[in-house]
Design a protein around this ligand. Structure first.
Ligand SMILES: Nc1ncnc2c1ncn2[C@@H]1O[C@H](COP(=O)(O)OP(=O)(O)OP(=O)(O)O)[C@@H](O)[C@H]1O
Ligand SMILES: [Mg+2]
Length: 258
């Protein structure tokens, strides 16, 4: 893949929160049109920091973020959404006191001109459980349903790219599978996906390509399956635990199959 073919790309990205403490040290990731790309790495590696920088929530100190070749490193978050990059944060991603449909309606505000009714129909087709619960408050949804709602709301303004920070976080294994299955379905509608995941094995198994980030630096990159089979990646980041990545020296586990 050529750099120019990338929908989303970071070049030598440096970012951080506190003065003089950089968290990202020149991170480079590329996402091509139609791909699912997953970023994995231990806790504190800088994965959320990276996606927050990409989405305009944490301006980079140096380096750049390119969207279809355009430098968006200095663009505000709302402007980036309008360009077509949707972001689903790791936590607190729905309004609990509002109904499912009200949450979805809010999604339309992000991009003026959104054909709300058409989008709702499309989204309810993709998430039938949300259609059934459209009048229910988001606070009454299960964890998996909330995650579906957060993704659905971000889809309302018709993004070209969906950036997901740990979509399976805190979910029971059966719900994890359901969320990943919906992500694949979203991708099949033509939406490019960049996601961060702790559930590394499963996520890499469904990804075209992946990156391993550690201590704010690129460590490995490759096709999803290539990374899953790389002995160094397994030793350092996946462990034997099929759920992978959280513990670097994970105890011997039972391969559950991705
Ligand atoms: N608002 C903040 N202010 C200061 N430091 C922060 C802030 N947010 C994150 N950090 C620090 O930045 C580093 C990277 O954090 P980040 O949340 O990007 O990691 P992560 O890879 O997403 O981890 P996790 O897997 O636990 O979600 C950590 O050392 C963290 O303590
Ligand atoms: Mg994180």
């Amino acid at each position: 893949m050529t750099a120019s073919g990338a929908v989303l790309e970071t070049r030598a990205l440096v970012a951080g929160y506190l003065p003089e403490v950089d968290i990202l040290h020149g991170v480079e990731v590329r996402v091509a049109e139609g791909e699912i790309v997953t970023i994995v790495g231990p806790n504190g590696a800088g994965k959320s920091t990276l996606v927050r920088s990409i989405c305009g929530l944490l301006p980079p100190r140096s380096g750049s973020v390119l969207y279809r070749g355009e430098d968006i490193s200095r663009a505000k978050a709302h402007a980036i959404v309008r360009k077509g990059v949707g972001y689903v944060p790791q936590l607190d991603n729905v309004f609990v006191s509002m109904t499912v449909e009200e949450n979805l309606e809010l999604g339309a505000i992000a991009r003026p001109g959104t054909q709300l009714q058409e989008r709702l129909e499309m989204i309810y087709g993709l998430f039938p459980r949300l259609a059934e619960r459209r009048r229910q408050r988001a606070g009454t949804l299960s964890g998996g349903e909330r995650q579906m709602l957060a993704m659905a709301r971000t889809l309302v303004p018709e993004p070209d790219v969906l950036v997901l920070d740990e979509p399976s976080s805190g979910l029971a294994p059966t719900l994890v599978a359901a969320v990943f299955e919906r992500i694949a379905a979203i991708n099949r509608t033509g939406v490019t996906i960049l996601m961060v995941e702790q559930n590394a094995r499963r996520a890499l198994a469904m990804s075209h390509r992946g990156y391993v980030l550690d201590l704010g630096c690129n460590r490995f990159e490759g096709e999803g399956r290539e990374l899953l089979e790389d002995p160094k990646v397994i030793e350092l980041y996946l462990g034997r635990d099929p759920r992978g990545v959280g513990g670097r020296r994970a105890p011997r586990g039972h391969e559950a199959g991705a």
